[in-house]
Design a protein around this ligand. Sequence first.
Ligand code: GTP
Length: 419
Amino acid sequence: MNSSVMPMVYFVAPNAEHFDDIQAQLRLFSFDCQVFTRNSAILAAMHTTPPFAVVIDEQGLSDVSAKMCVPLISKLSKGPVIFLSNAHTIAEQIDLMRDGVTDFLPKPFNSQQLIDRLDSLQELARPDPYRVLVVDDSEAVARWTCGVLTDAGMHAKHIQNPFEVILQIERMKPDIILMDVYMPECSGDEIAKIIRQNKLYDSIPIVFLSTETHRGKQLMARSMGGDDFLVKNMEPEELVASISITAERYRQLRRWMTRDRLTALLNHTNIIEELSREVDRAHKECRLLAYAMVDIDHFKMVNDRHGHMVGDRVIKSLSRLLRGGMGKPNSVGRYGGEEFAVILSDHTLMRAAQKLDELRHSFSQLIQISSDAGEFHSTVSIGVAQLQDGMTAQQLIDAADRALYQAKAAGRNQVGLAT
Ligand SMILES: Nc1nc2c(ncn2[C@@H]2O[C@H](COP(=O)(O)OP(=O)(O)OP(=O)(O)O)[C@@H](O)[C@H]2O)c(=O)[nH]1
């Protein structure tokens, strides 16, 4: 793991004891951490290298109280300021928020809770720009539209030829299509109808952009598969607001349809669809592809001993580790209860096995917390297989499954390779 790209978390506390474990746990999830006990040291560090987040203990520093240091640290902070405290009244929390605190965590805090919070804050910190596909025969109109959307931080792409639309949807995976109504080759509603033929694309919002003000014609176009109708030459702010609302609604809907609720990973159906696409691509372009099944060991025992909620947390910690380890958001999915699927594009069997073995080791080092039984560790078994000539996605899954079975039979907590 390259420490230079790991987001840094500064801890502000009166002493540095007990932080070794937290540091080790954060590192497993690709966060670096540094502890400060003196006011001058934290202020100097905030000046020179502002971290991704600061975590301030309610006891403050060894030489300054929390009340004194919070406003200064918050002013220098470019990211979240998390305050660790026992119970605080709402009035006290509001005071702290006015001083710059953005988040609160209860004490005694555990690294899992903190990682959960850092994880969601990190997602908020780098939102994925909306992708907008603009289909318009007029170069000038499209240039203006793309310019407005790009200035608003979106990723906009223009195509003049409506017949390229399917190809571009496949390539760009737009969150919304902005479609001209009248084009020389065909009309926007005809293209919308073609797009809606494909089950994969039938929920992408299509917004018509036209000078058409006739209500009857607008409604007709919407009945052909358009979701909204915007009139050309509208104010830029109105265009941006309209596109953002529709694109966000689509993203939420997609998240709900394609992602597993507990882990936010791709669900069973969608990870298999993703694998099928990768298998096709690998065969077509002669690329390497490996695939793995990851299964938590003796998970029934974890549930029986520590309860279902702790079991859920173990599942979440593994999913977060796999997602972080793979980098690409669509390469990991929840295959079933405590079983995960991992797609490793452009990996040989050995490279995939090595990477997965590092993740297996990291997972075994994670401290899992149970309220009744204290801390414990879990392990995973992994089966990995490589795509061979002519192999289907299902055959690849079966090969990885057999390798997983061998890893379980050989004692668990290991990576099995498909022969
Ligand atoms: N907490 C929790 N448990 C789950 C979830 N989905 C499945 N399980 C449990 O996972 C356990 C899987 O148990 P088994 O298939 O017997 O396997 P195992 O105990 O992990 O044993 P090995 O795989 O042989 O190491 C079952 O007890 C399920 O109830 C979930 O979403 N949350």
